[in-house]
Design a protein around this ligand. Structure first.
Ligand code: NDP
Length: 292
């Protein structure tokens, strides 16, 4: 018999995680602040806890998937004593600093803590392409691996509880800025009355192909060598970005997304780095306190 899994938080994501657990035939307890969200899972066979105290004493491993860092404390603080000696896997999105704070909070109370960052939307949970990044207790990761693997590919980043969130937030930064760039392109197409759908169909494989270059960029940045062979120079990139800006302005498109990229490139050229690779903009973005 598998260990009971108790879910705290049955929003879109918490419900998807609990459903995957039920589909695997595992004993599942669910609790949500607003009770009606537990009904469907109850009908599928979950035990519905009416209070968070009942949920916390149901035994097994506790999985929290709440709104944010604050709501994790709102839910866990009142039942902290009941969780001593137990395991909490927190899949709520938090910053690295917040994840480390929660790990410290758990440690002080004798609670084993694993932090998770979900790289999927609820519909993807349990299916291809879903991944969850973990950091914190390696013992918890190893012990509950079968459970974790029900939701998606499980990747462990290390004992520092902030690392899963760090990688999540770094990837989401890339995703949101890329989507903003897509919206800019869509606005250009719309200005000429074109089909945004057909634009999207062409853009998706093009952008996917472009991401093949990320590994080379990583090599360049890690070496901090912007003079190496085959790099697209800042000067070349500036000319391309200037053309994109002119086309956007001609079309009456707002350039708030694109212009800051051009500004950084121009500053780098003004500082004398025009012949160096465009990856050099990393030097302007990186934190002065960067550890590497
Ligand atoms: P929802 O908004 O659907 O659900 C939020 C959940 O948090 C609800 O169960 C809500 O309870 C609960 N909650 C909020 N505040 C409190 C509080 N103060 N006390 C008790 N419970 C509270 O969000 P999701 O399920 O979509 O997301 C949950 C987490 O998963 C978030 O951290 C999100 O970033 C992360 N995530 C979500 C993804 C997605 O695509 N949805 C993708 C990747 C990560 P109630 O029903 O009572 O309001």
């Amino acid at each position: 018999m598998s260990t009971t899994t108790t879910f705290l938080g049955l929003g879109a994501m918490g419900s998807a995680l609990a459903k995957a657990c039920l589909d695997a035939g595992r004993p599942t307890v669910v609790w949500n602040r607003t009770p009606h969200r537990a009904h469907e899972l109850g009908e599928r066979g979950a035990t519905v806890a009416t209070t968070v105290q009942d949920a916390a004493t149901a035994g097994g491993v506790v999985v929290s998937c709440l709104f944010d860092h604050r709501s994790v404390h709102d839910v866990l603080d009142p039942v902290a004593d009941l969780l001593t000696g137990r395991t909490v896997i927190n899949l709520t999105t938090t910053t690295p600093h917040e994840a480390r704070e929660l790990a410290g909070w758990a440690d002080e109370r004798g609670i084993s803590y694993l932090d998770g960052a979900i790289m999927a939307v609820p519909e993807m949970i349990g299916g291809p392409g879903a991944a969850i990044l973990y950091s914190g207790s390696a013992t918890v990761f190893d012990r509950y691996r079968t459970l974790l693997d029900l939701w998606g590919e499980s990747h462990y980043y290390g004992s520092d509880a902030g690392l899963a969130s760090l990688h999540d937030m770094a990837m989401l930064t890339g995703m949101y800025t890329m989507f903003a760039g897509f919206m800019h392109g869509a606005a250009m197409i719309a200005a000429e009355g074109g089909s945004i759908r057909s634009f999207a169909e062409r853009a998706a494989p093009f952008l996917a192909a472009m991401t093949e270059g990320l590994a080379d960029l990583a090599t360049t940045i890690e070496a901090r060598d912007y003079d190496g062979e085959g790099q697209q120079s800042l000067k070349f990139t500036e000319t391309a970005l200037a053309a994109l800006l002119r086309a956007s302005v001609d079309a009456g498109v707002n350039v708030e997304v694109l212009k800051p990229v051009h500004d950084i490139v121009r500053r780098q050229i003004a500082a004398g780095y025009g012949k160096q690779g465009t990856a050099r903009i990393f030097e302007e973005l990186r934190s002065p306190q960067a550890r590497r």
